[in-house]
Ligand binder design. Structure first.
Ligand code: NAP
Length: 249
């Protein structure tokens, strides 16, 4: 049984989608939670109430991961409230799909800034307290698009491949201090991000997926909970595919 009792987890993009499932799963396993996104206060309030209903403490921090000061303030808020941060999940992510030929510089930049720069800012903010504690878990939300590339997603695929590089570099830098860094690479998961994919594309994805169906947010939350646990203490610098077998490396 994964036991996160007494741990503090902070999650970016935690109000909805995969992030919300991660927040609830880590809380179910015993962790107190802080989560951050730019989203609607009502959606965040619901997630916060759901964590509290599980008997855990929850803080919502309204912020933007593209702003380094916002990331630092998010981490500081958790430190002030809980005294430590044991687990960071860099989950916030966006897509702005287009073919490279048509992709505007803004579409390129905005995706890199949220998905990759945001993870760097939050990692940087959390490392000092984790180094002092000589313990920590950093989990980055990559994607099969970062492993295999995806047409129409040069920006997204680059950001998610970049996250794998960030994960491995950080893992090497901090391993001697008892901190692990790993990435999770989801396949196609049913969320707001994927619900508007054309039906023909959804069918093609199902056909290419050995397990034959889309994943759920709970499939991803389960993998994150494991990587956050003491049981995963000898795993670092790895990319855990949770994709129904879509990408086998
Ligand atoms: P989602 O439902 O669109 O949720 C994304 C979350 O990120 C929201 O809470 C969003 O909140 C937050 N976010 C976006 N921009 C932000 C910013 N600048 N600052 C702070 N928070 C921000 O997406 P999802 O499907 O759950 O995806 C979660 C993660 O999994 C992403 O990194 C995504 O790339 C990855 N992933 C998803 C799939 C899939 O099939 N769904 C597959 C592979 C990987 P606000 O917009 O309100 O700020």
């Amino acid at each position: 049984m994964i036991d996160l009792t007494g741990k503090v987890a902070i999650v970016t993009g935690g109000s909805r989608g995969i992030g919300r499932a991660i927040v609830l799963r880590l809380a179910q396993q015993g962790a107190d939670i802080a989560f951050m996104d730019r989203g609607s206060p009502e959606v965040a309030a619901q997630t916060r109430a759901d964590v509290e209903a599980l008997g855990r403490r929850a803080i919502f921090f309204a912020g933007d991961v593209t702003d380094p000061e916002s990331c630092a303030a998010f981490v500081q808020t958790a430190l002030d409230a809980y005294g430590k941060v044991d687990i960071l999940v860099n989950n916030a992510g966006i897509t702005r799909d287009n073919l490279v030929m048509r992709m505007g510089i803004d579409e390129w930049k905005s995706v890199l800034e949220v998905n990759l720069f945001g993870a760097f800012y939050c990692t940087k903010a959390v490392l000092r307290p984790m180094l002092r504690a000589r313990a920590g878990r950093i989990i980055n939300m990559s994607s099969v698009s970062g492993q295999a590339g995806q047409a129409g997603q040069a920006n997204y695929s680059s950001s998610k491949a970049g996250l794998i590089g960030l994960t491995k570099a950080v893992a090497r830098e901090v391993a001697s201090r008892g901190i692990t860094a790993n990435a999770v690479a989801p396949g196609f998961i049913v969320t707001e991000l994927t619900k508007d994919l054309p039906e023909e594309l959804q069918e093609a994805i199902r056909k290419q997926t050995p397990l034959g169906h889309f994943g759920t947010v709970d499939d991803i939350a389960n993998a994150v909970a494991f990587l956050a646990s003491d049981e995963a203490g000898y795993i670092t610098g790895q990319v855990l595919g949770v994709d129904g077998g879509l990408v086998m490396m």
